[in-house]
Design a protein around this ligand. Structure first.
Ligand SMILES: *Cc1c(COP(=O)(O)O)cnc(C)c1O
Length: 387
């Protein structure tokens, strides 16, 4: 059976992961090599010449990533931001304009505003859950990219990928979806019309908080763009190393089952938090009270492991909450098997303070792991008791 035709959980385990033909090793080896012997000048075995340009362990991961997202190609990078940077540098020139969501990942906003902004790239931040605002932000001729993140970070806003892709394509834009929060197990942006999907594989794809990585996945028909971004990757060099690629491939094999458990645990915790008077609001798309609940139900096959809360007691209560949990460890990042708590305004989103993307001081974000839900609920209860 060709694993490309198989269902999601089968593809996650087998795409790009065929056993090693020379030894029968079930797991393809980690090719820790910088260069490759040539059979006479230019006589390459399997097309490999130098590991900045290509490495079999990286190829295995790229095949796996493309298969999971329904893409034709994928490129694996040293980090999520390296992936975003290579894509944006390939498609933008000075004077071009980008429309991005107003609560995208803080680092994405910083990259576009400060790094690309210094080279003359302009941007507008809008609430991408409102199609009229997106339409109004597009500058005909100048806007080249529509950048969507859904669910968004940290307020878990849901944007309509299919409608935005159509709107973007009518305006001639490249439609990019950062699918890090949902992961391909829960959301398939290519099937919804996106041209390109980006990932911080550091999060759910890797899934074990032990490796930094990123990816760009190209929809079928985007072969020329793939070649251009591949050239940027080769020429600028932000590739993932073979050990990192191996760890990410290893994590991906359990993605489907992990996302189910993340979603179950997060829903249970969201419901518990929603009941408490100290919590002014719970931002979780799995709750009926969430404005994007219905859209998320159509667009996603689960609601994921991320949620945010607004403390009734404001910034001081939020800080106290974030510093009182025990099982939920206070740390940046998300998407690992272990639960984490984060105080966005001073941690992950400190870089966007004073900008349109600023996060209120009363917000705490939880990355709900796959521990036993009763232990997680007990931790939430003791934290709420201390408010
Ligand atoms: C973490 C993250 C990134 C950046 O990825 P790195 O691997 O940290 O460079 C981009 N987008 C989202 C949604 C993220 O959570």
């Amino acid at each position: 059976m060709n694993s490309d035709d198989a269902r999601f959980d089968t593809r996650a385990i087998h795409a790009g992961q065929a056993f090693d033909p020379s030894t029968g090793a079930v797991i393809p080896p980690i090719y820790a090599t910088s260069t490759y012997v040539q059979d006479g000048i230019g006589g390459l075995r399997g097309g490999y010449e130098y590991s900045r340009g290509g490495n079999p362990t990286r190829t295995a991961l790229e095949t796996q990533l493309a298969a999971l997202e329904g893409g034709a190609h994928a490129l694996s990078f040293a980090s999520g931001l390296a992936a975003e940077d290579a894509l944006l540098r390939t498609v933008l020139a000075p004077g071009d304009h980008v429309v991005i969501g107003n609560d995208v990942y803080g680092g994405t906003h910083r990259l576009i505003r400060r790094v690309h902004g210094a080279w003359g790239v302009r941007h507008s931040t809008v609430d991408t859950s409102d199609l009229d605002l997106v339409r109004a932000a597009i500058e005909p001729g100048a806007t080249k990219v529509l950048w969507i993140e859904t669910p968004s970070n940290p307020l878990m806003k849901i944007s309509d990928v299919a409608a935005l892709a159509q709107l973007g394509h009518e305006a001639g834009l490249l439609v990019v979806v950062d699918n890090t929060f949902a992961s391909p197990a829960l959301q398939q942006p290519v099937a919804l019309g996106a041209d390109v999907v980006v990932h911080s594989t550091t999060k759910y794809l890797g899934g074990h908080s032990d490796v930094i990585g990123g990816a760009v996945v190209f929809a079928p028909g985007r072969d020329e763009l793939h070649e251009r971004v591949q050239f940027t990757q080769f020429a600028a060099g932000a590739v993932s190393g073979p050990f990192d690629a191996f760890l990410t491939s290893r994590g991906i094999k359990t993605l489907g089952i992990r996302m189910q458990r993340h979603s179950q645990n997060a829903l249970a915790i969201a419901r518990r938090l929603e009941e408490h008077s100290g919590i002014a609001r719970v931002y979780y798309p799995g709750l009926e009270s969430h404005p994007g609940h219905e859209l998320a139900g159509r667009q996603m096959s689960g609601f994921g492991g991320m949620l945010s809360i607004e403390l009734a007691g404001g910034g001081e209560a939020a800080r106290r909450f974030a510093e009182s949990t025990e099982l939920f460890q206070l740390a940046e990042s998300l998407g690992g098997v272990e639960s984490l708590v984060n105080y966005p305004s001073e941690m992950t989103h400190a870089s966007v303070r004073g900008t349109e993307a600023e996060v209120p001081a009363s917000i705490v974000r939880l990355s709900v792991g796959i521990e036993d839900v009763d232990d997680l609920l007990a931790d939430i209860d003791q934290t709420l008791a201390r408010l």
